[in-house]
Design a protein around this ligand. Structure first.
Ligand code: PEP
Ligand code: MN
Length: 293
């Protein structure tokens, strides 16, 4: 790889964060989840509600995103809420509903784990473990994720520099798990018009520095559903391997993040638009055979 003058100034380059480094492994890491390749030629779309709220909400939303072309279903069973009095998630019941939704739609699922004590339980139900922004610096949790045999969707911390983010990812790889999907979800800046500042410039940076798949979450990245389509399309145009978006069958009734959740018809349109962007850069959305029960 050609050297960039900025490369020499990075702590990251001179540090021991080697396993995530493209210099160590020049080939892109492609992660196979039930036949879906993440980080390969095709791009992937992860969609679903912020939180699993009840069985009907999850199953209805899952069917909608599945038939619209999503590849993976998201839904939080353990929610990292700002206030302890806000809805915290359904816990294991939520995990059970996710399993049911997987059975009905055929979509693999991703859900967050925040607590090392729950790692085994969450792994039992999910296809991909999510480590959220607030947990990026929870090194014991990262080490536990590194010992699991499940891919990890690893979000960038709210205030994390690229160096800090990649060192944190190194914790997971250093325990023997190379199946890490990096996820930009916005960082905190002086700008408060949006919920976060979505750092799309990090996509080429992460692609250059690492061999890991890179996806973008424009829902948490902006906080507003009306901004999500523009940022999702921009992410794909900029080289992301996929996007993760929040979709709710009734956003106005959502128990968390309704304002940034797409309505079903908005998601249907977004998938069509993303396909056009993907084709324009020689990629396409991964298509699976329909398996609606
Ligand atoms: C989420 O995706 O459910 C979530 C809580 O996001 P973040 O960790 O990026 O805030
Ligand atoms: Mn959310």
């Amino acid at each position: 790889m050609e050297t960039h003058k900025g490369d020499n100034q990075s702590n990251y380059r001179s540090s021991a964060a080697t396993l995530v480094n493209r210099r160590t492994n020049a080939n892109d890491t492609v992660i196979n989840v039930n036949g879906i390749e993440i980080g390969g030629r095709d791009i992937i779309i992860i969609a679903g509600p912020c939180a699993v709220e009840n069985k009907e909400q999850l199953l209805e939303t899952a069917k909608i995103v599945s038939s619209a072309g999503a590849n993976i279903l998201r839904g939080g069973a353990y929610k990292p809420r700002t206030s302890p009095y806000s809805f915290q998630g359904l816990g294991e019941d939520g995990l059970k509903y996710l399993s049911e939704a997987r059975k009905v739609t055929g979509l693999p699922v991703v859900t967050e784990v925040m607590d090392t004590r729950l790692m085994e339980l969450v792994c039992k139900y999910t296809d991909i473990i999510q480590i959220g922004s607030r947990s990026m610096h929870n090194f014991p949790l990262l080490k536990e994720a590194g010992k699991c045999r499940k891919p990890v969707l690893f979000k960038r911390g709210l205030m994390a520099t690229v160096d800090e983010y990649l060192h944190a990812a190194e914790y997971i790889l250093s325990e023997g798990n190379q199946e890490v999907i990096l996820c930009e979800r916005g960082i905190r800046t002086f700008e408060n018009y949006t919920r976060n500042t979505l750092d799309l410039s990090v996509i080429p940076v992460l692609k250059r520095r690492t061999h890991l798949p890179v996806i973008v979450d424009p829902s948490h990245g902006t906080g507003y559903s009306w901004m999500v389509p523009a940022m999702a399309k921009a992410a794909i145009a900029a080289g992301a391997d996929g996007v993760m978006v929040e979709v709710h069958y009734k956003p106005l009734e959502a128990l968390s993040d309704g304002s940034q959740s797409l309505y079903p018809d908005e998601f249907v349109q977004l998938v069509k638009d993303i396909e056009k962007i993907a084709r324009a850069i020689g990629r396409k959305i991964y298509h699976r055979k329909p398996s609606l029960a």
